[in-house]
Design a protein around this ligand. Structure first.
Ligand code: BES
Ligand code: ZN
Length: 649
């Protein structure tokens, strides 16, 4: 045990696996080390290099972009955004003369300095070599700005039809008679539609003018006006400084429906009423969030319901969360996703992970807050069920991740953050905070959290800064409850620490009893007491069935509960996994339909993985995938191509 703890300590001090050379080569430090208040210097360790963002080319210690002015035309024919961005830059290093921005697949046409007000002067620039994961650096000679501490640089450019952060849908793909465009910038895709410093350590405000076909509406992660006229020109302002991964845009035939004074839904005409009814509790969630974590600082909170090809469940774009339509179940059973995206208004958008290695600071905190909001709005029983299902998901991911990736802070050097995505930062991060809450008591822990959000509001934080803050403001303030070694085990060790407080649910105990009656042959499926079961009970029931079931058993369940024909995307995923594992053919047409209609990565990727395990399944998977692939988002295909088409990728 002692050796183990020493190893953990050494790993922590050594910057957690980031090798010294790569740190030196990257050569950047960040705002995060200078953001420390003077009285905290003693407890906050000197920068170890853990704050280096290995996913940006930008020289962010020499220059900082503070504001962006975008002017873009949306061309559905060319599948391209074209226009310009003007960046207001602050020079931090007086000797620096080369500004480096991130780009990916951008067609850069000209770069100019805006020297005195409006006089533009073209300056030399070049694109550096392309990196598969990171794209290409744009190196701009800014020596003509002289020694000015502030200057503005304008880049004229257009995006590629293959831009990794954009999806262009034809009218027939959008579920509407109009085309549709939406962005997904997290983690490192903003650079595929805007040349900028694409690092979560850089925050900027922005303004934008977006030109669209006159019948469509444009929305951004900014001050959307539900009453804006559709006249082909939309103006936006985002007055709070945000990191680049929260830049977002969508354009389509979008209608608006208010849910409360400050919340509403944007969606296609056929969806907007159902969405507003499904998510009517958004205002209640917002009020709970404010009571728990402090004021909501962003003005309006609206939802945008995307077409089913949206590759994520949700994305916390400020003031306007992007939401998959697959959570419109008709019974509000999947609305924890809204609580999650809303909670990011504090954890993530206000206090932001400094690098993608620190993603758990965004997602683990948010998963913890989601539980708290769900408990306050829907009661503790529902919260417990969702917690148990979360741990089930975590165990699945821990079983397949190698030990380095089981840590809350994986080593991402040389890797694409999209390739490392799993439930581990979410659910293990949440269990870590559950553990702290259990040890310190909810009241004391809430006080600590409020202090943390105040202290680091509108800043980026590394895991090491969080640990130092936690140590000083909670561990040392309430001695004898939690040791630093226990904290470090949570953060730097693989697996699940023995100190974890695992959730339990009475409701699931009752489901387990029903399941066992059926498995032992004591009751037929249609005799089981499933009245009032929601997606939670069904997921638990299906996920905990034995690995192998007979064709007769599968048919009996299907006949009794119409599982193959479910309209609930989560029940579908659970049941189709069982069907594929047992080669239950009657479900395959529905699986094909599901994989063709939905592009949400979390729902479809596990099915492709399961199908690829047998020859017949693989053949089916390849056929369906080739048919569905043109409708999937680039982020989804990038992570499914290697599974279904390994020879071609
Ligand atoms: N911010 C994430 C999505 C994300 C994370 C995109 C990392 C790219 C990189 C978002 O808040 C999220 O967590 N979405 C989840 C839903 C949630 C309820 C767990 C999803 O999309 O499944
Ligand atoms: Zn999230």
């Amino acid at each position: 045990m002692r050796e183990f703890l020493i190893v953990l300590l050494v790993m922590a001090l050594a910057g957690c696996g980031h090798d010294a050379e790569s740190r030196a080569a990257a050569g950047d430090s960040s705002d995060t080390s200078t953001a420390v208040a003077p009285d905290e210097v003693e407890t906050v360790p000197a920068p170890t290099g853990a704050d280096v963002d290995v996913h940006t080319f930008a020289n962010i210690s020499q220059f900082r972009v503070r504001h962006a002015d975008l002017s873009l035309r949306v061309d559905f024919e060319q599948k391209s955004l074209s226009g310009s961005v003007q960046l207001r830059v602050e020079r931090l290093d007086p000797e620096a003369n080369e500004l480096i921005l991130d780009t990916r697949d951008l067609d850069v046409k000209a770069v100019a300095l805006n020297l005195s007000g409006s006089k533009l002067k073209e300056v030399p620039w070049r694109l550096g070599p392309r990196d598969e994961a990171l794209g290409q650096p744009l190196l701009i000679d800014v020596s003509e700005a002289g020694r000015a501490q502030r200057f503005a640089v304008m880049v004229r450019y257009s995006t590629s039809p293959q831009a990794s952060g954009l999806q262009w849908l034809e009218p027939r793909q959008s579920g509407d008679s109009h085309p549709f465009l939406f962005s997904q910038s997290q983690a490192i895709h903003a650079r595929s539609w805007i040349p900028l410093q694409d690092s979560p350590q850089v925050r900027m405000t922005y303004n934008a003018t977006i030109h669209t076909p006159p019948e469509l509406r444009a929305l951004m992660s900014a001050d959307n006006d539900p009453a804006a006229a559709r006249n082909g020109r939309f103006s936006f302002a985002m007055p709070q400084a945000i990191p680049s991964y929260l830049f977002a845009i969508a354009v389509g035939n979008l209608e608006f429906k208010a849910m409360s004074r400050r919340t509403g839904v944007y969606a296609l005409p056929g969806v907007v009423d159902a969405a507003a009814a499904e998510f009517a509790d958004t205002e209640a969630m917002l009020e709970i969030g404010e009571a728990m974590f402090g004021p909501y600082r962003w003005g309006r909170y609206d939802l945008l319901i995307l077409p089913p090809s949206f590759p994520f469940g949700g994305m916390e774009n400020p003031r306007l969360s992007f939401i998959t339509p697959t959570v419109i179940a008709g019974d509000r059973s999947l609305v924890s996703l809204i609580a999650h995206e809303l909670a990011h208004s504090w954890s993530g958008n206000l206090v932001t992970n400094a690098t993608w290695r620190d993603l758990w600071l965004n997602e683990g905190f948010t998963t913890y807050f989601t539980s708290r909001i769900m408990e306050a709005v829907y009661g503790v029983d529902r919260r417990r069920m969702e917690d148990v299902l979360g741990v089930q998901d975590l165990r699945e991911d821990l079983a397949t991740a190698d030990s380095g990736d089981q840590r809350l802070v994986p080593d991402l050097q040389g890797r694409d953050p999209d390739d490392v995505f799993s439930d581990i930062p979410y659910e293990k991060g949440k269990l870590f905070l559950d553990f702290l809450e259990a040890r310190f008591g909810r009241e004391r822990f809430d006080l600590f959290l409020q202090g943390y959000f105040d202290r680091f509001a509108f800043q980026s934080v590394t895991t090491e800064q969080f640990v130092a803050y936690l140590d000083r403001n909670l561990l040392q303030a309430e001695p004898g409850r939690v040791s630093l070694e226990e904290v470090r085990e949570w953060i730097y060790a693989p697996g699940l620490p023995a100190t974890a407080v695992l959730p339990e649910s009475d409701a699931f105990d009752r489901v387990a009893a029903q399941r066992d009656n059926w498995l032992r042959g004591e009751a037929a499926a249609r005799e089981l007491d499933t009245d009032g079961w929601t997606v939670h009970e069904w997921r638990f029931f299906i996920d905990t069935l034995p690995v192998e079931l007979t064709p007769a058993q599968l048919a009996e369940l299907d006949e009794a509960f119409a599982l193959t024909a479910t309209g609930n995307a989560e029940i579908g995923l659970a049941w189709y996994k069982v069907a594929i594992r047992n080669d239950y053919r009657p479900a395959y047409p529905a699986i094909e339909q599901y994989l063709t209609a939905i592009g949400r990565r979390k729902l479809i990727r596990p099915l492709y993985i399961a199908l690829m395990k047998t020859d017949d399944g693989a053949e089916f998977a390849r056929r369906v995938y080739l048919q569905a692939r043109p409708g999937y988002h680039p982020i989804a295909t990038a992570s499914i191509d290697p599974i279904v088409l390994p020879d071609e990728s």
